[in-house]
Design a protein around this ligand. Structure first.
Ligand SMILES: Cc1cc2nc3c(=O)[nH]c(=O)nc-3n(C[C@H](O)[C@H](O)[C@H](O)COP(=O)(O)O)c2cc1C
Length: 305
């Protein structure tokens, strides 16, 4: 038997392949392209306490090596999610993580209290790393102190698996991850997109109204791979590697540097069946190489001095 299972907190994933937030929608579309019994899971798009209108257009631009997005956390709020979305996804056979985007500590605590009364999902991915938040007061990831205040006590609210999603654009992320580990978080999802921008040369204007946008896709892979490697050294809890994964080789690189599982974002937009395809090709690779357990791959990098 080839064992691809990994454990993060209380959640066992059938494979280490997870659809990333924002690119997996609510899983409804993905379920048409992937056998959910054969993948690790998916993370929902970000949920906010109240309904949130997204940013003005343009929201997405394709650029060399990836895409820039400035979606702005558009969603109908947590109550709508519980009433209308959760019933549709609760029976999916893969792991389901709800990505929560708080604007305050009250927001985060209220969302978890409302959601935790329900069944049908495995845990939360607390997202403090949205690249499209320019208001300093709610840009928790840019401040260690603000993040500490936000995350303190979250563990007491839920027994479900708790992940924290961090940005590669702030050095604070490593200290924040260590704090989250001490606070009882079960894993770190790393990385979110890189903050970037785009200029319309004709108009001599920034393309995005917020100026900044999140850069994702194949071009960020070497950056995220190194950041994930550094994060694996910083914390003992599982790190979920994210950034530019498009094929089996990319996935293996992240696992070898120590990611317990990986999320695929832009790859899902390019190839909607990529989660099942990667899970299957990882299994085939392991069989071919006579690797019985995924643990033989995770963190197997040979360090040079
Ligand atoms: C269009 C788009 C929307 C995204 N929306 C979210 C989101 O709502 N919440 C979140 O935590 N990450 C969001 N992300 C970030 C991805 O989950 C992922 O961290 C990032 O894109 C890097 O991975 P990738 O290179 O595989 O895309 C979004 C990414 C894209 C491309």
């Amino acid at each position: 038997m080839t064992d691809l299972k990994v454990k993060i907190g209380k959640t066992t994933l059938k494979t280490p392949v997870i659809g990333a937030s924002g690119c997996s929608g609510w899983g409804l579309e993905l379920s048409k392209f992937n056998d959910f019994d054969r993948i690790g899971g998916f993370v929902t798009k970000s949920i906010t306490l109240k309904k949130k209108i997204g940013n003005e257009n343009p929201r997405i631009r394709e650029v060399y090596g990836g895409i820039l997005n400035s979606i702005g956390l558009e969603n109908n709020g947590v109550e709508y999610f519980v009433e209308n979305i959760l019933p549709q996804i609760k029976n999916y056979k893969c792991a389901k993580f709800l990505n929560l985007a708080p604007f305050s500590k009250d927001d985060l605590f209220s969302m978890i209290k409302i959601l935790d009364r329900n069944e049908g999902f495995d845990g939360y991915e607390v997202n403090i790393s949205c690249p499209n938040i320019t208001n300093k007061k709610v840009n928790f990831n840019s401040s260690f102190d603000d993040s500490k205040k936000l995350l303190k006590g979250v563990r007491d609210l839920t027994e479900k698996t708790l992940l924290l999603k961090l940005s590669p654009s702030y050095n604070e992320s490593f200290k924040i991850a260590e704090f989250a580990e001490k606070e009882g978080f079960d894993g770190i999802s790393f990385t979110n997109t890189y903050i970037g921008t785009l200029v319309d040369v004709e108009k001599r204007e920034f393309v995005f109204k917020n100026i900044q946008a999140g850069f994702s896709g194949p071009a960020i892979k070497p950056l995220s791979l190194f950041n994930v490697y550094k994060m694996v050294k910083s914390v003992k809890i599982p790190v979920i590697g994210i950034g530019g994964i498009l094929n089996l080789n990319d996935l293996l690189e992240f696992l070898i540097v120590g990611a317990t599982a990986c999320q695929i974002g832009t790859g899902v937009l390019i190839k909607p069946d990529i989660l099942e395809e990667l899970s299957r090709s990882l299994e085939e690779y392991m069989k071919e190489k006579k690797i019985k357990n995924i643990k033989e791959i995770i963190g197997s990098i040979k360090e040079r001095l």
